[in-house]
Ligand binder design. Structure first.
Ligand SMILES: NC(=O)C1=CN([C@@H]2O[C@H](COP(=O)(O)OP(=O)(O)OC[C@H]3O[C@@H](n4cnc5c(N)ncnc54)[C@H](O)[C@@H]3O)[C@@H](O)[C@H]2O)C=CC1
Ligand SMILES: CC(C)CC(=O)C(=O)O
Ligand SMILES: [Mg+2]
Length: 346
C-alpha cells in the first residue's frame, strides 16, 4: 500500500502553494521510486463555502487515516467578517490530531543573504528552531467572550501540556547545539512562572543541555540583534506565533520557512509558517519554497526518506545560487519558473 498523504489546498495562495509542493514531490519521487497517494480534502474557507464549516468530518477522518498531512494556508478577506472562520478550522485540526508541538526552523540561505534586512555579519552562524506550543494557551483557553463593551480571552496551561512541549524542546536541543532558551513573560504572567518551574523539573534528565530564560520582549529584540545566540527556543502558542514571523525576517521572507506540527501519535502535519498571502494569490508571484520545504520535511521525518529530502534541499540551494528568485527575495522569477528550476535541479 503506497504512503498516504492528505493534502489540504486551502485558500487564496494556498492552492498554488500546494501545487508547487506536489509538483516537486512528484518529480523527486519518480526519480527515486517513492510511491505515494494523494488524497485532497476541503479545508478552511473552501470548506466553509462547500459545506458550511472549515473542518468537515470527512476531512478530519481523511487526515486521521493518512500517514502524513500537507497543508498550505487558509483564510483571507472573503471570510473575515462574521460567520464561520477558516482559522477556527486550523485550531480545531491541530487540537483534534493532538499536534501540540510546532517546530519552526530559521535557516539562512547563503545565496540570498543580501536580501535580508539584517547585515550578513549579524546573520553569521544563525540556525535555530522555535518550538511553539500549538494546542493550548490563549488561542484555546475558556472562557472566551465577545460582547460590544467587553471581550475576554483566557490563557490556561495545564502541567501536562507544558511538560510534554518542554520535553520535545529538550530533545531537539539535545540533538542540536544543546542550548535551550525558554521565552516567556514570567515577570508578569502566572503561566510563565509555571513553565519555568516545569523546565527546572525536566532539566535534570538533560544534563548536557544548557538552559537560559528570557522575557519575550527582550527575546524579540535579540532575535534580530544577535540571532546566532539561539539554538532552540521553547515558548507558548501566542509568543511562538509572533516570534516565528519575526524570525522569518532573518532569511529574507516568510516564504522561505516550513514547519512540522507533531504530537504523541507520531503522525505529523507539514505547513509553511505563513498565511494565505491574499494579495499575491493567482498571479504566479508567491514564493513556493516554504511549501516545497514542508514537503522535504515530510519526506525526512514521516517517511524517513532523507535522501529525497536532501535532494530537494540541494535543488533549492542550487536554484537560489543561479539567481532564480521570486520578488519577495529580490528576484523576478515567477512561481512557476522557480518550481520548474527546482525540479530541473533535482
Ligand atoms: N497557517 C495558516 O493557514 C495561516 C493563516 N493565516 C491567515 O492568512 C490570511 C492572511 O494573513 P496575513 O496576516 O496577511 O499573513 P500572511 O502570512 O498571509 O502574509 C504576510 C505577508 O507575507 C507575505 N507572504 C506570505 N507568504 C508568502 C510567500 N510564500 N511568498 C511571498 N510572500 C509571502 C504576504 O504577501 C504578506 O505581505 C489571514 O486570513 C490569516 O488569518 C495567517 C497565518 C497562518
Ligand atoms: C490562526 C493562526 C493561529 C494561524 C497562525 O498565525 C499560525 O499558525 O502561524
Ligand atoms: Mg502565524
Amino acid at each position: 500500500m503506497p504512503n498516504r498523504i492528505a493534502a489540504l489546498y486551502g485558500d487564496y495562495s494556498g492552492p498554488e502553494m500546494m501545487r508547487a509542493g506536489l509538483a516537486v514531490l512528484k518529480a523527486v519521487s519518480q526519480k527515486n521510486g517513492f510511491e505515494y497517494q494523494i488524497e485532497a480534502y476541503p479545508f478552511g474557507g473552501e470548506a466553509i463555502d462547500q459545506v458550511g464549516e472549515p473542518l468537515p468530518e470527512q476531512t478530519l477522518a481523511g487526515c486521521q487515516a493518512a500517514d502524513a498531512i500537507l497543508l498550505s494556508a487558509i483564510g483571507g478577506p472573503k471570510w473575515s467578517v462574521g460567520g464561520q472562520s477558516p482559522e477556527a478550522g486550523l485550531l480545531k485540526i491541530r487540537q483534534a490530531l493532538g499536534l501540540f508541538a510546532n517546530i519552526r526552523p530559521t535557516h539562512i540561505d547563503q545565496a540570498i543573504i543580501d536580501q535580508s534586512p539584517v547585515k550578513a555579519s549579524v546573520l553569521e552562524n544563525t540556525d535555530f528552531v522555535i518550538v511553539r506550543e500549538l494546542t493550548s494557551g490563549i488561542y484555546f483557553g475558556q472562557p472566551r467572550e465577545e460582547e460590544i463593551d467587553q471581550a475576554l480571552d483566557t490563557t490556561i496551561y495545564r502541567r501536562a501540556e507544558v511538560e510534554r512541549i518542554v520535553r520535545v524542546a529538550f530533545e531537539y536541543a539535545k540533538g542540536r547545539q544543546q542550548h535551550l532558551t525558554v521565552v516567556d513573560k514570567a515577570n508578569v504572567l502566572a503561566t510563565s512562572r509555571m513553565w519555568r518551574a516545569i523546565v527546572k523539573e525536566v532539566q535534570p534528565a538533560y544534563p548536557e543541555v544548557e538552559v537560559d530564560y528570557m522575557y519575550v520582549d527582550a527575546a524579540s529584540m535579540k532575535i534580530i540583534a544577535e540571532p546566532s545566540f539561539f539554538d532552540v527556543i521553547v515558548t507558548d502558542n501566542l509568543f511562538g506565533d509572533i516570534l516565528s514571523d519575526e524570525a522569518a525576517v532573518l532569511p529574507g521572507s516568510l516564504g522561505m520557512i516550513p514547519s512540522i506540527s507533531q504530537g504523541a501519535s507520531g503522525k505529523a502535519l507539514y505547513e509553511p509558517i505563513h498565511g494565505s498571502a491574499p494579495t499575491l494569490a493567482n498571479q504566479d508571484r508567491i514564493n513556493p519554497i516554504s511549501m516545497i520545504r514542508s514537503v522535504s520535511l515530510m519526506l525526512r521525518y514521516s517517511f524517513k526518506r532523507t535522501d529525497l529530502a536532501d535532494q530537494i534541499e540541494a535543488a533549492i540551494a542550487k536554484t537560489l545560487s543561479q539567481g532564480v528568485m521570486t520578488a519577495d527575495i529580490g528576484g523576478q522569477a515567477k512561481t512557476s519558473e522557480m518550481v520548474s528550476k527546482i525540479i530541473q535541479n533535482l
